[in-house]
Each structure stands twice: as structure tokens, then as C-alpha cells.
Design a protein around this ligand. Sequence first.
Ligand code: SF4
Ligand code: SF4
Length: 449
Amino acid sequence: MQKLTIYFVLCSYALLGVFMLSFIILSRFEKEYKALKRALLILVIYIIILFLLSFLPDSIFYLLTVLVLMVLFLIVLNFGNKNIEFNLPENRFDERDVMFSRNTLIKGTDKFEEYYKNRPENKIADDNFRKEPGLLAKGAALYNELLFTAAKATFSSVNLLQPLVSRESNALQTKLSEKEIETFIRKWAIQLGAADIGFTRIKPHHIYSHIGRGEDYGQKVVLNHKYAIAFTVEMNHESMTFNPRGPVIVESAQQYLNAGTIAVQLAEFLRNLGFEARAHIDANYRLICPIVAQDAGLGTIGRMGLLITPKLGPRVRIGLVSTNLELTASEEPIDKSVIHFCEVCKKCATNCPSQSIPHTSVKKVNQPKRWQINHDTCFNYWCKTGTDCGRCIAVCPYGHPDHFMHNFIRWMIKRNPINRWFAIKLDDYFYGKKPRSAKLKNWMLARNS
Ligand code: SF4
Ligand code: SF4
């Protein structure tokens, strides 16, 4: 029995050592050199402690082991996840109030005058961002001819998808069952590059009240589809480490393109089978992406106002397709542990260069409880730098790559408040409270700009 106990104890300590070693190796692959060095230091201290422990009397060794096991037991415990009320929003959101829509208004046009007649409260903020060079503009603080031109090229490619967004469907409907089609869509979307996919019934607050971009600007949104397919595509982890510089907007554009391509493929597929379907892609949305994706069970909207997904955190772009095909709506409850974690974490708020993310507790905005960032100051920063920043996404502890080590921490976060506190401390220790941005690589440098 005593022999067995010794084996068990030794195996536990060896397992912990292997865990640390794996973290070191994975940090090397993630190019997280700070985390790598700090984990190495811990491993060395750990080995020294184990060595010293071997000189202590058995009784103290066992006592310490019991303490370690108690800590491990605490990690597994599920408590302190108090309920949060998620009420439905009272009003529909007008897309004309979105910064991207306001950015398209041209001084002296009727559209411009009418908008600010109805929304005088937005005039000062908008006059301020109009004084700046603008997104992807020459003269912006982080202007880089190579990267900005690459991002523009990708956004132009997204535009080529616009004619495929909404088209007539086949008059003849397939005999395939809804279940068969649904299963196929799930598998196919993943094969096309989606990270996750879910379905939801479309609710009134998912739909914009008025169109804010394109030829139909100002018209009321009419969308009779009952269901939405929501999916996410991953934003490259390394690209985000260059925040707030050009590689971030190059990556954003790329994932808008990837999400757009998958969305039009799915929509076209459904139309060919005889169902109505509309893709919702960059600059042509009728549905509000994060809210639909949250209801489709893909994640929870966190402090930074973006969808925090279970395996990639906010490091995703969302694609949507609405349809009249009957789908099995997600019954996945909203993960309240994300809200509890965001309450204490605040890393995005601390790191936001324009202080646009609130440090306050979650509160009711248009009825449901959520955080709301200051879009005016965030967009103003984008217009100054010329990029879409992405610092909040890059520093979020949920956004580390999808592998067993980080997934274990994400699982811990769900369990209890002690784990959440510990996860924040670990993240700060390994990656820094204010993680440094990576330097641009040689091939990204535009020397003449
Ligand atoms: S950085 Fe922290 S507070 Fe901000 S969204 Fe991520 S988990 Fe929430
Ligand atoms: S994108 Fe940048 S400026 Fe905007 S909220 Fe995130 S960190 Fe702040």
C-alpha cells in the first residue's frame, strides 16, 4: 500500500513536470518567448523544490502532497457561477448608426444633412474622425504601403462577392430532408474553413431596422427568413500579435473574405436546393453578427463587445446566412462564466489605446445586460492609425490558440471564481499585463512609406 502511494505521488509530480514542459514547447511554437522563459524558470524552481523535498522526512512530504491534491481538487469544483439574466433587447438597431455607415457620409450631400438632423448627438464625434486621415489612408500614423494595399485588395475581393449575396432560388425544391441538409451544412462549412457553426431562429432584435450601407441606404430592412446559420472563422494568432499595425487589418480583411466566401457558398447551395437564402457579408448585413452568433450557441458577448468563443475567444470573424429552410435552433445556454470572467479580467480595457472599453460592471444596455464600448473613440483611433487596431482581441486571455493547454485553462475558468482569479494571474505572469506587440517582419516593411 505504501509502495502504491509512493508511485501515485511520484507519477503526480512527474505529470505536473510534463505539463510544464509541454507548455514550454507549445510557447515556442506560438512564438510567445516571454511565456517560454517564465515557464522555464518555474520548471527549474519546481525541480529544485522536488530535490529539496527528498531530504525532508516522509511525513512532511506526504503532508505537502495532500496540500497539492487539495489545490487540484479545488480546480475541479464547480461553484460561484451565479445566474445572469439575459433579457431580450427592446428595440431594433439602426445600421445607419454603425461607424462604418457614418464613415460613408459625404459632407454637402442630402444623406449627410438628413443623418445629422436626426442624430445631432453624433455630429461632434464624426467631425472628429473626419479630421483624421482615415482607415487604410495614406498619411495615417501606421501607414504601410505594402500592408495597406494588401488589405485594400482583399476588401475589393470581398466586394466581388456582393452579386452572390441574394439571388432567386431554384423553383423546384429538393426531396432531401431538412435533417440531411443540416448535417451536410455543418460538416461542409467546417471543411470550407469555418471554426464552428450553429443555427438559431431569427428574432426581431437580430435584424437591423434600417439599411446603413450600399445602394439601399435608409430603407427599412425586410427579412422574412425564419432561421440563421452562423459560423466563425479563425483570425490568425500571429497576425494579431502585430497589433495595432497593418498585419491586423490584412488579417481582418482576409477573414471577412473567407467568411464571405463560405456564406455565399452556403447561400447558393440552399438556393440550388430550392430554399430562399441570403448571405450576410462585409458591407452588406441585414443581421447583427455577434447577437445572432451568440444565440446560435457560438459564444458569449464579452466586455469588448465581441463574441468570445469557447476555443478561440474573440479571435474570430462571423459569417451569417439567413434562410427559410427549417433548422434545429441551438439550445445552448449563454455561458455566464464568460461574463463572470470579464467582470474581473478587464485586460482589454486596460490595454485599449483609446480607452474605449469600459472598466465598469456589466449593465443594462437597451434592456439586456452587456457592456458597450465607445465606438466613437475606437473608430477615431482607427482613422488616426489607418488600421483596425485589434489590441483588445490580441490581449484577451480567451484568445490563445486552440490546444489542450489553453483549453484546460478555459475549462478551469468555467468552474469557479478562484480558478478565474488564478487564470488572470497566470495570463499576466506569462504574457504580461500589457503584452508587447511583435515587430513587423522584414517582408512586411515598406521602406519608402
Ligand atoms: S480581455 Fe478579459 S475582460 Fe476583455 S473580453 Fe477578454 S476576458 Fe473579457
Ligand atoms: S480595437 Fe483597439 S481602440 Fe478599439 S476597442 Fe479594441 S483595443 Fe480599443
